[in-house]
Design a protein. Structure first.
Ligand code: 13P
Ligand code: SF4
Length: 350
């Protein structure tokens, strides 16, 4: 790994602004060409110097940038080495050969990467990038539930803290939840913390689910009425929805799946018109790769995901901030529930 010490000049962010030079324009031209349908060309001089500098520093640091599908297009197409849904990010974190992982997503995703890679430096560009699901439950809450339902195994969504994962038998994501629940071979499980994902899973399995009252602050805002308005306003539109949406939304959808599941569905079905009922940055990212598909874009942004910006990613690479730290004993307990999930899904696409 390269020398992590930095000069005071590099740390001076008050004056440090990478410049848009002819060399930067030339180096980033292929990326601009790709994203110009979703990023106005006039904005590119503001993004390009950061893209170029991040690309250079990644090599110097032997760093890899993992990005969630909800990142803005300048991050997703400009600086990410690998991108995907939460399951894919967890898998990628076990496979990357780098000294530093910069996780462009929310805190629980970076924490999961750290749990799986105790010896690597895992950075999150903004440690305040939280998640309403992860903050809806604590390890102490799970211990109380286990006392109330002795012997009933706990399945937790990865959208949880290390503390909750440490109390969990097996984690799941939106792309493998039914499979994980059924892998336990029991009649009843405690399923945490997303009540809507839980209801969606319960409708597809005979296993009884004891639910928690958590929900995603972004997806809970969608309604079935809104989906019907999209159908009326855009005849023939194919509706894809994330399982964190309330049940009336999922009932109206043509396909329900994780963020990567939705992308895969667009790739397989190539609908003429599609609406993705999820965080709206994703439609821009996907539209870049499917120019023949018309995307209807509802705009619900995740305020936590939006905290991750190019200047913050650059700062992370320059200063090696903000390092995600998980106490080793806690990490070891949390790791077993994440690894158990990865075993269940082994060989499957995220
Ligand atoms: P995915 O695992 O489907 O990417 O979902 C993560 C998330 O936080 C959705 O809001
Ligand atoms: Fe959490 Fe919802 Fe944001 Fe995903 S979209 S990170 S579930 S708050």
């Amino acid at each position: 790994m390269s020398d992590p010490t930095l000069t005071s000049e590099a740390l001076d962010f008050g004056s440090f602004r990478p410049e848009y030079t002819a060399a930067v324009a030339a180096a980033t031209a292929p990326i601009l060409d790709k994203v110009k349908g979703v990023i106005p060309e006039i904005e590119w001089p503001a993004h390009a110097p950061y893209v170029a500098e991040i690309q250079r520093l990644k090599k110097e640091r032997n760093a890899v940038v993992l990005a969630h599908n909800y990142m803005t297009p300048q991050i997703f197409h400009g600086v990410a080495d690998l991108a995907g849904d939460s399951l894919a990010l967890a898998r990628m974190a076990t496979e990357v050969d780098a000294d530093v992982i910069v996780l462009c997503g929310v805190h629980f995703m970076a924490e999961t990467a750290k749990i799986l890679n105790p010896d690597k430096t895992v950075l999150i560009p903004d440690p305040k990038a939280g998640c309403s699901l992860a903050s809806s439950i604590t390890g102490a809450d799970v211990r109380l539930l286990k006392e109330r339902y002795p012997g009933v195994p706990v399945v937790s969504y990865v959208n949880t803290t290390a503390d909750v994962k440490a109390e969990t038998d097996v984690c799941c994501t939106s792309s493998n939840a039914v499979e994980v629940v059924e892998s336990l071979g029991v009649d009843r499980v405690i399923f945490l913390p997303d009540q809507y994902l839980g209801k969606y899973v319960a409708a597809q399995t005979d296993v009884e689910l004891i639910l928690w009252q958590g929900q995603c602050e972004v997806h809970e805002r969608f309604t079935g009425e809104e989906v019907r308005r999209y159908r009326d306003g855009h005849p023939g539109v194919v509706v894809l929805a994330h399982p964190e949406c309330p049940p009336d939304v999922l009932q109206e959808a043509d396909y329900v799946g994780s963020t990567s599941g939705m992308i895969q569905h667009v790739d397989d079905a190539r609908p003429a018109k599609v609406v993705m009922i999820t965080e709206c940055s994703m439609s821009d990212n996907v539209a870049v790769n499917f120019p023949d598909v018309e995307f209807v874009r509802p705009c619900n942004l995740c305020p936590h995901m939006q905290r991750i910006t190019l200047p913050k990613i650059l700062r992370s690479l320059q200063t090696l901030e903000h390092e995600v730290v998980v106490e080793p004993e806690l990490a070891a307990r949390a790791r077993s529930s994440v690894e158990r999930m990865l075993q269940v899904g082994r060989g499957k696409k995220g």
